[in-house]
Design a protein around this ligand. Sequence first.
Ligand code: HEM
Length: 517
Amino acid sequence: MSLLFFLVPFLLLAILLAFKVLLSGKTQLRLPPSPPGLFFLGNLHQLSSLPHRSLLDLSRKYGPVMLIRMGQVPALIVSSADAAQELFKTHDLAISTRPATKAAMKITYGARNISFAPYGERWRQAKKLAVVHLLSPKRVLSMRALRHEEVRRMMERVAAACAGGGRPRGEVELSEVLYEYANATVYHAAAGKETKEGRTAARYRAMIDDGSVLLGGFQVDDAFPALGWLSAITGTDAKLDRIERRIDEFLSGILQEHIERAEQGFNRNEDFVDVLLSLQRDDAGDLGFAEIDIKAITSVSCELWPLNFTRQDLIAAGTDTSFASLEWAMAELVRNPRAMKKLQDEVRQVADGKPMVVEEDVNQMTYLKAVIKEVLRLHAPVPILVPRETMSSFSLQGYHVPAKTRVIVNAWAIARDPKSWEAPEEFKPERFMDNAVDYRGNDFLFIPFGAGRRMCPGINFAMATIQIALANLLYHFNWELPDGLNPVDLDMSEAPGLTTPKKIPLRLIAVPKDPLV
Ligand code: HEM
């Protein structure tokens, strides 16, 4: 009895102290504001098929640093330049891994590629290899002949449309033409123009079109990991197995042809596979990588990105991003005849009298570069950057961000924040003529290629592909809207997906400036 008499005050004191510690812990660990969610879905029901737009709406109410729940998965949403700067400058290491999803593991040889590799030595080696040997400014420059060749093919296609051929004279399904160009350029660079079975780009297209096996729906286990077993029942696992086999057959065939050619002494060192094979032979930099890595890294240009969001899309990184940029550029230019004329005047003056614009000419085209920047600002091809995941907890703008949180940066929202941009909804390439803001990951108000360690290594490749195509489209042809459509009435809505091209493909009338030489 007397022992209890002594113990009770101590116990009460201990409980009080425990409460105090808990409460003070809570104030230190202030989580970012969250929109109220539903019991099971979390905030999934608040995300539309264009999540960058829904997230901007939510962030207007809950602030530029928000925590939402996608099913069971917590996700940090960053929507301002300030928050992005702190995130990438102070916490980049902590957010340098990607969430591991089943689809990504399956189609990227267990994440041996670059985009989906978890942070670590393998990813570091693969990325270094891509940056130094495949996508460096020197390598990209050395591939200019292939870009000229693909641009010429594209011009011939447009010229053929101008000649009629069953359609109203000059009417061009421009989105289709631009997609083919972007796809052909990427595949030509990655795996060579042709295999024994035909053009690589065409084979790839047939592979993804055939049965549309690559287009998965929403993957339950991304948002609800505890329900992972469902994918075996719904057939998703079998579908992923099929995709994995097809991609492997395609890449193995390409690799085999390159190996045979090299054994016969025809080592051209022309495309990425040639370069990777010769690096493997020389074992440059102690890479110690095997054929499986060559296949995974070759897919650097044709990487298939599953979107872990409200739906799952599988798309080609190098192709779709360059295609979307070109499509939006042409749409914005026909909607803005003054900018179209200014750019056309520049292009035609610099390349005056030449059979086509070549890359050396592009260096002198300052307005062209401003137009492309403005297109990337208004229509970021990857509007919410490829998701990351926190490896450790940290504090961002005074909020606690726990480990194992998905990180989503809304680059699209940041690039049209009125705090950073004057008249942000307007297409005004001139805004880039007298300021040095660039897309290389140092100006956090404009990050279409991301920032930090996981930033896109394909900037030089993408820019070279986009600039030369746009310059030639404007050099050879004048462009008009069909059916007397008024420029302001052109539909500018976006298609859903990790990249957001136009929802309604662009159809324009091309009028040749001169006969093609
Ligand atoms: C306009 C064209 C392009 C845009 C806007 C773009 C955008 C992006 C973005 C936003 C990311 C994620 C960055 C981050 O997490 O911070 C990324 C990553 C990546 N991009 Fe691009 N990209 C483009 C073209 C290309 C091309 C042409 C290639 C290759 C030929 C390429 C290869 C990659 C790879 C391999 C990654 C993963 C990097 C890593 O995880 O370390 N991209 N890109």
